[in-house]
Design a binder for this molecule. Structure first.
Ligand code: SF4
Length: 187
C-alpha cells in the first residue's frame, strides 16, 4: 500500500531502471552501401585534386532551413560516414572555401549574410543549393519571411534535391559539380 493518496495520473513520473536500459537509438541506422559511398568520396577527392590541386573545402550557410539538411551535411563527417578521410572538409572562413553550400529558403534576415559570404569566397568558386528549400523554396515558398530559393540571391551552379538529401546524394552532387567544371568552357 502506497502512502501517496493522489490518483496515478497526477503523480510525477520517475525514471525506471527498465526505461534507462532501453533508452538509446529509437531506430536502427539506415542501410549504407559503404563501397559505393567510398567510391564516390574517392572520385570527389580525385576530381578536386585535378581541378584545384588539393582537396575540397566547403562553407555552409544556413539561409533559413529547418536544420534537416544540416544534419545530413554534418553526417558526412561523423564517425558513421567519416568522409574527412577523403579530404572533404568544412571551413569556418569563406576565404578558405571552394564551394558554398546553401540550405533552406533564403529568409529576408539572411539575404545580406548569404551575399557577403558568397562574395568573400575567392574564384574559382561554386555555389550549391542543398535540399528542396534551397533549390526551389520548397514548402516555404511564398512565405512572408522568405525571398525564395538560393538562386534568387546568389548564382547557383548546382541544386541537389531532397528533403533532406542523403550523404550519398550530396557526394554524387559534388562529383557532378567537379566533373561539369572540368569540361571546356566552364569555370
Ligand atoms: S529541404 Fe527539407 S530538410 Fe532541408 S531545410 Fe527544407 S524542409 Fe528542412
Amino acid at each position: 500500500m502506497t502512502s501517496d493518496s493522489r490518483p496515478p495520473a497526477s503523480r510525477p513520473r520517475r525514471p525506471s531502471l527498465f526505461g534507462l536500459i532501453r533508452s538509446g537509438l529509437p531506430e536502427p541506422p539506415p542501410p549504407v552501401d559503404d563501397k559505393l559511398l567510398q567510391e564516390l568520396a574517392r572520385q570527389v577527392e580525385e576530381g578536386a585534386k585535378r581541378r584545384l590541386g588539393r582537396s575540397l573545402a566547403l562553407r555552409l550557410v544556413d539561409a533559413g532551413s529547418c536544420n534537416g539538411c544540416e544534419l545530413e551535411l554534418h553526417a558526412l563527417q561523423n564517425p558513421f560516414y567519416d568522409l574527412e578521410r577523403f579530404g572533404l572538409r568544412f571551413v569556418a572562413s569563406p576565404r578558405h572555401a571552394d564551394v558554398l553550400l546553401v540550405t533552406g529558403p533564403v529568409t529576408r534576415n539572411m539575404r545580406e549574410a548569404l551575399e557577403r559570404t558568397c562574395n568573400a569566397i575567392p574564384d574559382p568558386k561554386w555555389v550549391v543549393a542543398v535540399g528542396d528549400c534551397a533549390a526551389t523554396g520548397g514548402l516555404f515558398s511564398g512565405g512572408y519571411a522568405c525571398i525564395g530559393p538560393a538562386e534568387a540571391v546568389v548564382p547557383v551552379d548546382l541544386a541537389i534535391p531532397g528533403c533532406p538529401p542523403r550523404p550519398q546524394q550530396l557526394l554524387a552532387g559534388l562529383l557532378a559539380l567537379l566533373e561539369s567544371s572540368e569540361k571546356p568552357g566552364r569555370r
